[in-house]
Design a protein around this ligand. Sequence first.
Ligand SMILES: Cc1cc2nc3c(=O)[nH]c(=O)nc-3n(C[C@H](O)[C@H](O)[C@H](O)COP(=O)(O)OP(=O)(O)OC[C@H]3O[C@@H](n4cnc5c(N)ncnc54)[C@H](O)[C@@H]3O)c2cc1C
Length: 476
Amino acid sequence: MNEPRHFDLVTIGGGFAGLCAAVRGAELGLRTAVLETGTEDGYLCSSRWAGGIFHVSYHDVKLSPDKLLAAINRQTSGEADQQLAAAIAADAGRTVDWLARQGAAFTQASPVGWHRFTLAPPRAPVAGPDWQNRGPDRLLGELRRRLEERQGRLLLGTRAESLRLERGRVTGVTAHQDGEMLDVSAGAVVIADGGFPGNAELFRKYIGPRPDRVLMRHAGTAVGDGLKMAADAGAAVVGLDRFYGHLLSRDAMENKGLWPYPQIDAVATAAIVVDQRGYRILDEGLGGISITNDLAQLDDPLCATVICDAPIWDTAGKAAQIPPNPQLLAAGGTLHQADTIEALAETAGLPPQNLAATVFEHNDAVRFNRLVTLLPARSTRNGAPRRIETPPFFAIPICAGITNTMGGIAIDEHGRVKRRDGLAIAGLYAAGGTTGGLEGGGALGYVGGLIKACVFGLRAAEHAAGQCHRKENVLK
Ligand SMILES: Cc1cc2nc3c(=O)[nH]c(=O)nc-3n(C[C@H](O)[C@H](O)[C@H](O)COP(=O)(O)OP(=O)(O)OC[C@H]3O[C@@H](n4cnc5c(N)ncnc54)[C@H](O)[C@@H]3O)c2cc1C
């Protein structure tokens, strides 16, 4: 057994949520430590792999809190926990300012308004992984440096396993380090382990039956430890069946050069998604995140193909920052092409008659504005459908990629973990991808993983510091 250690604030995880909490805690005078499973200086986490765009539901983080709150509520169909949504809306601007003071360099990565606060240097606009020495990688290094300057500790190779509870209060963490148990006592603990996108068992339990046929579009280091620890301590959990993710070429299951980009979302939303029978199976109008979730719930998430025509491929196909047209082919992805729908079906291995009938019905419904009569009905919430009528026609076999879980540990506006009766568990906080309650709604609205991680990392540390200083004043 290693020597016991005491800190005022301990975070479980050294992604943006954990490091923001730790640095802010240290800035406020707390003795802080980050427990991090990764062993290397450049330990993997989703934060390191991020595109680096700080946004609030695809809006500029510096808009007024009223506008940001409205944007979150529109995205999530009003289902976001209003305390959490208001916290993000109120703090998004000051959070990027605080990050800038810690060494974050921001750049306007594209003319799109909500790309104004992108960590510099941004990733290259090409398919495949590109994170080394990019903005998020550099900022993690800066945060670590600030933490250590303020006498905080980053304990690498240290995997938290359980929380210590005394009379209902969390008083520490038991972890594994170098094959030994490490007992860390703490005034407050912040769970910031990133959620459970990398845990096949939890995926099967809450999301869909075939995690092996869903692409892991993340670093693989968030495996649900925090969720388990919180639940053991009596925490409530919320919305575990939803996740944030994107549609990618099916070849990305094997070809690393095809993920995390290009995404096929915009093409699928403008066109149709069919299964191996050539039939539509979901509402494309709800957009890429919703389509991705729908596929992940199927018995065979790898059954889907996007069908579009030349005008869609030349517009929606080029719409993203790293567009599938031309990046898909450039990175070795499959793009079937033919001059008739029947010939396309033959090439793509789909039943020609069925596919022709599906495309005919789709075109007819678009032309006569009868989208609700389609089976399944087609909405226009996140994009209007286009007719598929101008050759050449294209077929893109796709897969569902999970980036991070949307649901998780229930927290209040200070990041305090809530029990099932709604009261906070003393001494326990959570931040970032491990938390739930903010995202979701009918079209699975996204708020932004980076802003969520950093806002609640700061809030948790500030609340914990307030509690700690109050205790010190009482003891004086
Ligand atoms: C490819 C990609 C692109 C993205 N682009 C963007 C973007 O542009 N904008 C945006 O807003 N969001 C983006 N995101 C999402 C965003 O990166 C995440 O939501 C966010 O970084 C989550 O931060 P976190 O600190 O909660 O978790 P993570 O970054 O996953 O960190 C969790 C850490 O906890 C550690 N850990 C896990 N279990 C334990 C344990 N038991 N003990 C100790 N340590 C543990 C892990 O090793 C890891 O280092 C992207 C994500 C990906 C994968």
